[in-house]
Each structure stands twice: as C-alpha cells, then as structure tokens.
Design a protein around this ligand. Structure first.
Ligand code: TYM
Length: 427
C-alpha cells in the first residue's frame, strides 16, 4: 500500500494542505481572486497597502468504536469527511476591502481536520467489554484511513489519548443544566432500553461530545441527522459558558495575567448533515435507522462484512409488494432506503438515471444490482483496511502523531477555559 508521508510540522501543514469547505464552488471566488498575489479590487483599492491575515477553520467529527462500523456511519459521516478533506485542496484566498479607508486585506482561509475515535463514548453502555474496546478502537482508526482519511491532511486520533476531553467535559458539566440533558432524544431512547441501571455516563454523554467539539474550536461538524440535537446542545453550552465566564473586566484581567486574548473561549459549531439520503435505515425496518445497537446483525450492512454476507443480507432485506421501484413515495420506506443506498454507493450517477433504470424492475431483479453496487463500492475499502491492519507500526505512528497534534490544539482551549473559570494557574 502506498504510504503518505507522516504529518509535517503544523505550520507547514497549514500552508500546504489548507482547504476551504462546504459549498466550495459556491463560495469559491474567481481564479484571479484566489491567486495570492493578485487582488480582486478596483485600481484605488489596489493602490492601498495590502495586509495579510490567515483564518483557521476547523472540522471535527468522530464515530464510537462500538461494534462494527456500518453503512449508516460510513455514508452519514465518514464518507463526508473524506469528501470534505479531498474536495478542497487549495487555500481560499479572498480580499476584504475596508469601505472607509479602501485598505485591502488578503485573507487566507485554511481548514484543519480532526477525526477522532471517540472511545470514551463507547463505555456508556454498561458494562462494556474491555478487550472488545481495544480491538474496535484500532479497527475504527484503520477504517478511517482505509476510507480515505489521509493523516498528512487530517489529524486522526483516539479521544482518550487526549485527556483534555475528559477535563473540559467536567468543566462543561458544571455549566450545563440537567434539564437540557433530559431533553436529549437519544438519552430518552437508550435509557428506556437500559432500564433502572442506566449510568450517569449515558446521561452526560452529550456534554462529553460538546467538549470534543469545543476543544478544537471546530466551527463545522459533519455528522448524520441523528446528531443534530447534540450539536444544538453544544452551541447552547458554548454560548452559556461564554456568557457566564468570558465577559467583563475581571475576565480581561485574568486573561491579561495569563497572556491570553480576552475573547470568548468557545466557538459555536455548525452541523454539516448530508442532505439526500442522510439517514440510512435498517434493512429489516424502513422506519428505524440502521444502528449498531440493533440486536439483529441482519438489519445492517457492516463496512467490513465479506461480499457474500453483504449479498445475503441484501437478498433477504425487507421490501414491499408494490409493482416497480419508486423513490419518493413515503409509504414505501424500504424502497426509498434501498434506492438511497444504491445512489450513495454510485456517486457518479444522477438520481434520474437511477430512477430510469429501476422504475420497472421487481425486487428480484433489483436486489442483485444493489448488492453488486454495494460490494463494488466497499471492496477496495476493505482491501485497504486489511493493508492498514497488517502494518500495526504504521497505525500506531499515525495515532501517536494525531494525539500530539490534537493535544496541542486542545490544550490551548482547555487553558483558556480554566483561565476563564478562574482556576489557579500552574506555576
Ligand atoms: P455514532 O458513533 O452513533 O455514529 C457516528 C456517525 O454516524 C452517523 N450515523 C448515521 N448516519 C446515517 N444513517 C445512520 N443510520 C446512521 N447511524 C449513525 C452519526 O450521525 C454520526 O455522525 N455522538 C456521536 C459520536 C461523537 C461525535 C463527537 C460526533 C462523539 N463526539 C463529536 C461528532 C463530533 C455518536 O454517537 O455517533
């Protein structure tokens, strides 16, 4: 397997791998404006002295290493991460002109990607199996790499290797009202299943997730639809923290003493959710999302399922008895889901061409097509996965470098949060 070079020093990474994201084409200025030395400006603006500024934007996301990563995790999250990482390999350079003075500033927008295996989240379903946790943590990291996350362009790390996650979670616990967490749909659903023994960790889980995001000042978080509420909570927590602790003269004094800027410490993130076919549904119930916690393995397509098993699961998946295969009929949730999957694993095809192909097919004819498309999409990924797992030194190296790079960023936010809250500085 071709190995990419290890992560270069952070500053070099910023310059060489900067990316701009989301609707890149929509926001992308004309070529002249992107050229660092040319300005999109009138002649009077061009005469003004040019200042330069670099803005760093961050993306962070993660998947829990519980059980196998399935097609929902892949299509809803990981594939998006890869697309974001790959689609924008050129820094966005734009010119801002001060309307009063006419002075131009050349702003270079760079994006840093952080993708973590959120192992601390994986112990909220009690009791967890320690040896399974180790294996699934490594498997998840290997899968990120196999799916196309490139350690030279993204920081890949294990959440528990960066203790700042747990510490910030505690600080945020102390600013988060209980009733905000009581409203969390996932908590309600999972605690109902777990019954009386439900742990505090499950209740508190969204605060840890908020810490994951806020530590990196991530302003964009690519996740599936089911995480939207947790993202909204993260925004609320950030706002409350900033309101409670990052205002007024005493705050400014503490910042000055610590040599920190006295701006709000936490950045409110935005969710980035795939629009079409955002939720991959269960193979056995088109109304339920595909989930690791479904006791039936037949309900999901795991990314590492061998081709035969993928074909078998698709061959047996639930369908309906209506004629033809239609996309947009809400009364046919299984048909919509299977077509969404069919489209997602063939990203180069239009919805129209797929709709034309399947309109008159019956399920017996469609299922093998779907199985072929899923297998063709996943096989190269599975091959890369095997290669990564055969080289544990490489994987360890990526995770060690990832943890150091993550720690550097996370440590700064934690320090600022501690200062804002008035903790004694360590001398
Ligand atoms: P988790 O591990 O349940 O799922 C990981 C990602 O997969 C998405 N996803 C789906 N997308 C589409 N269809 C489905 N059936 C489906 N099932 C899961 C999820 O939306 C998610 O994006 N709390 C998170 C993990 C987490 C996290 C974070 C995410 C912890 N800290 C910080 C982002 C940022 C979770 O349990 O995801």
């Amino acid at each position: 397997m071709e190995r990419r070079p290890r992560r270069p020093p952070l500053a070099a990474t910023l310059l060489s791998t900067a990316m701009f994201l989301r609707c890149a084409t929509a926001f992308r200025p004309p070529a002249a404006a992107r050229a660092p030395t040319r300005l999109r400006a009138s002649s009077s603006e061009a005469a003004a002295p040019v200042a330069r500024r670099t803005v760093t934007r961050r993306i962070l996301s993660g998947v829990q290493p519980t059980g196998s990563i399935h097609l929902g995790n892949y299509l809803g999250a990981i594939k998006q991460w890869v697309d974001l990482q790959d689609s924008l390999s050129v820094p966005l350079v734009r010119t801002e002109v001060n309307e009063k003075t006419g002075a131009a500033t050349e702003v270079t927008e760079v994006t840093e990607n952080f993708y973590c295996v959120v192992d601390l989240h994986a112990i909220t379903a009690q009791p967890h199996d320690p040896s399974a946790l180790l294996e699934s943590t490594r498997a998840s990291a290997a899968l990120y790499l196999a799916a196309g996350i490139d350690p030279a362009r993204s920081t890949v790390f294990v959440q528990s290797h960066v203790p700042a996650h747990s510490e910030l979670a505690w600080l945020l616990n102390c600013v988060t009202p209980m009733n905000w967490l009581e409203r969390m749909i996932q908590y309600k659903e999972k605690s109902a299943k777990q019954g009386d023994g439900v742990g505090v960790g499950l209740f508190d889980y969204p605060v840890l997730m908020a810490a994951d995001i806020l530590l990196y000042g991530a302003d964009r978080v690519p996740v599936g639809e089911d995480q939207r509420q947790h993202l909204e909570l993260t925004r609320d927590i950030a706002r409350r923290f900033n309101d409670q602790y990052c205002k007024g003269n005493p705050y400014k004094k503490r910042c000055k003493a610590a040599g920190l800027p006295s701006r709000p410490v936490l950045t409110e993130p935005e969710a980035m959710i795939v629009k079409e076919g955002a939720r991959v549904m269960s193979l056995t119930d088109g109304h339920a999302k595909m989930s690791k916690s479904d006791p039936s393995d037949a309900s999901r397509l795991n990314i590492l399922d061998p081709p035969d098993l993928l074909r078998k699961k698709i061959g047996r998946c639930k369908t309906d008895s209506m004629a033809g295969i239609a996309w947009d009929d809400p009364d046919r949730p299984e048909a919509v889901n299977l077509l969404n999957i069919y489209a997602a694993v063939q990203p180069d095809r239009s919805r129209e061409s797929i709709a034309d192909e399947v309109r008159d097919l019956n399920w017996g004819a469609f299922k093998p097509l779907l199985a072929d498309a899923v297998v063709a999409h996943l096989e190269p990924l599975q091959q890369r996965y095997r290669e990564v797992r055969e080289d544990p030194t490489y994987l360890d190296g990526v995770l060690a470098e990832g943890a150091s790079a993550a720690e550097e960023v996370a440590g700064k936010t934690l320090h600022a949060a501690r200062t804002a809250m008035g903790f004694a500085p360590r001398t």
